[in-house]
Design a protein around this ligand. Structure first.
Ligand SMILES: [Zn+2]
Length: 113
């Protein structure tokens, strides 16, 4: 049910925007869901469809960007790409990694009428 509350949170953001920017319909929603965000894009898409019923976002097309996980390795002093947390550093195999990207979940763009 984690994804359902996230989808509802996204709808809340869209509703606020609809109120302040006075649009009546959302055609397209672009989301950014980082690879490290613990969120399954498929579940979000499924829950989004349910959550947007009877809202300005009903029938909106959902596009999901999935940026890779980025971490800073203290041993290499470099930023590396990791597929999941807690993967080791792909360069040195070390575990002293600080996640610096790829854990975001946000609305990037709305296409509205
Ligand atoms: Zn390293």
């Amino acid at each position: 049910m984690h994804e359902l509350s996230l989808a509802q949170g996204i709808i809340d953001v869209i509703r606020e925007q609809a109120a302040t920017q006075s649009f009546a319909r959302v055609r397209r929603v672009r989301l950014q869901i980082g690879a490290l965000s613990h969120v399954e894009p498929e579940s979000i898409a499924f829950c989004f469809d349910a959550a947007c019923r009877d809202t300005v976002a009903e029938g909106a097309r959902l596009e999901i960007e999935r940026p890779p996980g980025q971490a800073y390795c203290l041993a290499c002093a470099a930023t590396v790409t990791i597929a999941a947390r807690p993967d080791p550093c792909p360069r040195c195999g070390g575990h002293q990694l600080m996640v610096v990207g790829g854990d975001e979940l946000r609305v990037l763009e709305l296409e509205v009428d």
